[in-house]
Design a protein around this ligand. Structure first.
Ligand SMILES: [Mg+2]
Length: 173
């Protein structure tokens, strides 16, 4: 059995497991999302007009994280996500995300689920033996500044699985 050098691995949801960008594009096809100023207003609209985070598609390769839960028996995997905005009820957002996980995967629904108020607050979980996997660079940087390790996930990078496993130790096929 491979042994990773981390006691706990924290897994982000949006941009790692769930395709929030695609959901926004599908809902609001006339919006130009290359203009970053459009992102938050559209996310607010999504929260007001739909079931919010319940209806996202999983990102390609998400099953890697199911495997990761089992790959290192001595390492704990946990979900670490954020509410996103103070304008939304954190309990509702947390329930939407939890229900999404419940529909997605028995394995990922069974690991601890942590929600923080905003992305950089994930740094409160940082310790020398922890790793954060997150697609937002400033969250990764905040986590590393607080003493943890981070891996900046890019769901379009074909090398991401191999890179992460080589960082953890062991092999993945
Ligand atoms: Mg994210």
């Amino acid at each position: 059995m491979p042994i990773s050098r981390y006691k706990t691995i924290y897994i982000d949801m949006d941009g790692v497991l769930a395709d929030l960008d695609r959901r926004l594009q599908d809902l609001y096809p006339s919006v130009d999302f290359t203009n970053k100023d459009m992102w938050w207003p559209c996310l607010n609209r999504m929260m007001a007009e739909t079931d919010g985070f319940c209806d996202l598609q999983p990102l390609e390769g998400w099953t890697f994280f199911e495997d990761l839960v089992h790959l290192y028996p001595e390492t704990k995997c946990e979900i670490l996500t954020s509410h996103g905005s103070f304008y939304w009820d954190p309990l509702i957002v947390g329930e939407q995300k939890k229900s999404w996980l419940r529909d997605l995967s028995v394995t990922l629904n069974s690991i601890p689920f942590n929600v923080v108020a905003y992305g950089e607050a994930k740094a409160f979980f940082a310790k020398p033996d922890t790793l954060l996997i997150d697609d937002t660079l400033k969250n990764c940087e905040a986590f590393a500044d607080a003493g943890g390790d981070s891996y900046h996930w890019d769901h379009k990078d074909p090398n991401r699985f191999a890179e992460l496993i080589s960082m953890l130790g062991g092999s993945y096929e």
